[in-house]
Design a protein around this ligand. Structure first.
Ligand SMILES: [Zn+2]
Length: 210
């Protein structure tokens, strides 16, 4: 999951009422991607997401600090769940705690140890990133894994081309921005630091960790 830093964007207000008015500034700050599953979304496919849900935390309903962007699937699965004891993409290095695998799968990084492991699991459960066919909570209406699978295939096809020098970084950035799933591109190009650096730079508001 792409770690983000909204503070890199300076044009925001602290308060947006109605909160939906924050969407354009959020897109400028962190790109038009779901903050959790990382799918690319047109503005209408993304919602202003309340990190602390707006029903339990009404005082944070209009606050920029409490906003991210979420697709319909992540938003509805997250619902009013508490984020206490969960890692979060605007606070933690949420890229290093997950492994992105062929077939659109997302699992916990096997090297994680307590208590980080439990906190990462909480984030995985918060938005159901492991809901793929076979998972008891999977719904056929949830196409996030299929989207990941498709983008995994595209990214790997372009890795092959890149290795044969038949495509350049600019093409890879255009494709990554159009398709989303930053973490899949980062994983696919893990042996090419120059591509990873370009991905960090090209996706607005990506927080860099070494
Ligand atoms: Zn999502």
């Amino acid at each position: 999951m792409r770690p983000v830093d909204k503070s890199l964007f300076k044009g925001n207000k602290n308060r947006y009422n109605p909160y939906g008015d924050a969407k354009d500034d959020l897109i400028l700050a962190i790109g038009d991607f779901c903050s959790y599953c990382e799918r690319q979304g047109y503005s209408s496919a993304l919602d202003v997401e309340h990190i602390n849900d707006k029903h339990t935390h009404p005082k944070q309903k209009y606050l920029w600090n409490n906003f991210l962007l979420a697709c319909k699937n992540c938003n509805s699965i997250k619902g009013t769940k508490s984020v206490d004891d969960s890692l979060l993409p605007h606070i933690n290095n949420t890229f290093s705690v997950f492994s992105y695998l062929e077939g659109g799968l997302v699992i916990l990084n096997p090297i994680l140890k307590s208590p980080l492991k439990e906190k990462a699991q909480k984030l995985l459960d918060l938005v159901g990133l492991d809901r793929v066919p076979g998972n008891s909570k999977y719904s056929f209406k949830d196409k996030r894994w299929e989207d990941r699978k498709k983008v995994w295939e595209i990214a790997n096809r372009y890795l092959n081309k890149y290795q044969k020098c038949s495509c350049d970084i600019e093409i890879i950035m255009d494709l990554a921005l159009a398709h989303g799933f930053w973490s899949i591109w980062m994983t696919t190009f893990q042996d090419y630091r120059v591509v990873q650096e370009a991905l960090i730079k090209s996706f607005s508001g990506t927080k860099k960790y070494n």
